[in-house]
Design a protein around this ligand. Structure first.
Ligand SMILES: Nc1ncnc2c1ncn2[C@@H]1O[C@H](COP(=O)(O)OP(=O)(O)O)[C@@H](O)[C@H]1O
Ligand SMILES: [Mg+2]
Length: 334
């Protein structure tokens, strides 16, 4: 068979300062590393350097070369230093073939403004992943509400009475601030809790900010599964289990990871949401599933690739970059 070598392309990653990233854990590094290994140019920028000049999006970009991490006795090991920067220049983002918006949440006002700047990239010239308007459409907690068949019973409100009624009916519920991540501000609610009113007042800033309140899924003790979707298709998954004395299963709250499979029910969830994700330009997404229920759709900078690759021997970063190569190839043919 004739091997067709993919042409080298230019990829920009809008990320938090590279020195703050963990090469053995962060998916952004996995994607950049895969692109580098596959012979592409990798550039990075930070949100605060984004500009619109003469109607086009620009950024201060730095070329980066990465030393791939290695698996040693079941653990990822990174070289020190693991990246090298060069060629810092202010460039129009349309000189790139693809731009990954991978800044960590929370989605603050400057973050939102960055997505408005990215709107000034012509999609005919440059792929933007995820689509900036899709990122704005998809609050990571609230986006799941539209898939009512596959989510646990959920309300969103700032009203203490409505929350109390819901929690009394459910006996135990989970409260989630709408803009947080990594387990931050996630609380268990029980009607008998003597702090109940105070918890609601603090979480809703005295009834001014709505929060999500969801029925408690007892199967959460079996883990919170992260499934990575590429263009609506599940490509890998990892289970996350809480640390001792902690109910939250997030890696950031000390949770451990375990190898897992994607069950038929989870495939069903993925197929229920795939068309909507694709319509919204949400190409690289991480969903959270607890006890067979969709609890969160992460679209800003979903992680999990390093853990899945370590446990399953996959190279998900390569799959993503290969998808980009093909998408660019079909775009250029048009
Ligand atoms: N409905 C639920 N029932 C039980 N536990 C939950 C529920 N929703 C979330 N959790 C717990 O809270 C953690 C974080 O929830 P999630 O909705 O993914 O928010 P985030 O990861 O953005 O903080 C989960 O890993 C899980 O342990
Ligand atoms: Mg989560």
């Amino acid at each position: 068979m004739l091997a067709i070598e993919a042409e080298s392309v230019k990829l920009a990653f809008i990320i938090d300062p590279i020195s703050t990233l963990d090469p053995c854990h962060d998916t952004s590094v996995a994607l950049m590393e895969a692109a580098h290994i596959m012979g592409h140019e990798v550039w990075i920028a930070q949100v605060n350097s984004l500009s619109v000049v003469e109607g086009k999006a620009w950024a201060v970009l730095e070329r980066v070369e990465l030393v791939p991490i290695e698996l040693v006795e079941g653990r990822w090991v990174a070289a020190n230093p693991w990246y090298k920067l060069s060629d810092r220049t202010f460039m129009c983002l349309e000189t790139m073939d693809a731009v990954f918006m991978r800044t960590d949440p929370p989605v603050t006002v400057p973050y939102l403004y960055a997505t408005y700047i990215l709107d000034y990239i012509d999609p005919k010239k440059t792929l933007v992943i995820n689509n900036p308007s899709g990122i704005r459409a998809a609050n990571e907690k609230m986006y799941a509400l539209q898939f009512s068949k596959v989510i646990p019973e959920t309300i969103v409100t700032a009203d203490k009475q409505i929350i109390r009624q819901f929690v009394e009916a459910k006996e135990t519920a989970v409260l989630k601030p709408l803009g947080n991540k990594a387990g931050e501000g996630i609380l268990i609610l029980q009607p008998s809790d003597r702090n109940f009113n105070s918890i609601i007042e603090l979480s809703t800033l005295q009834g001014r900010v709505p929060v999500m309140v969801q029925e408690f899924i007892p199967d959460a003790k079996e883990g919170d599964k992260r499934i990575i979707l590429l263009n609506g298709e599940p490509i890998g998954a990892v289970n996350r289990l809480s640390a001792a004395g902690e109910f939250r299963n997030n890696m950031a709250t000390g949770g451990t990871v375990a190898k897992t499979d994607i069950t038929p029910r989870e495939h069903e969830i993925c197929s229920q949401i795939a068309a909507t994700l694709c319509q919204d330009g949400l190409i690289f997404v991480g969903i959270d599933v607890i006890g067979g229920y969709l609890t969160e759709v992460n679209v800003t900078s979903p992680t999990g690739v390093r853990e899945i690759d370590r446990l399953d021997g996959t190279r998900l970063g390569h799959e993503v970059i290969k998808w980009i190569e093909q998408a660019l190839h079909s775009k250029n043919k048009k």
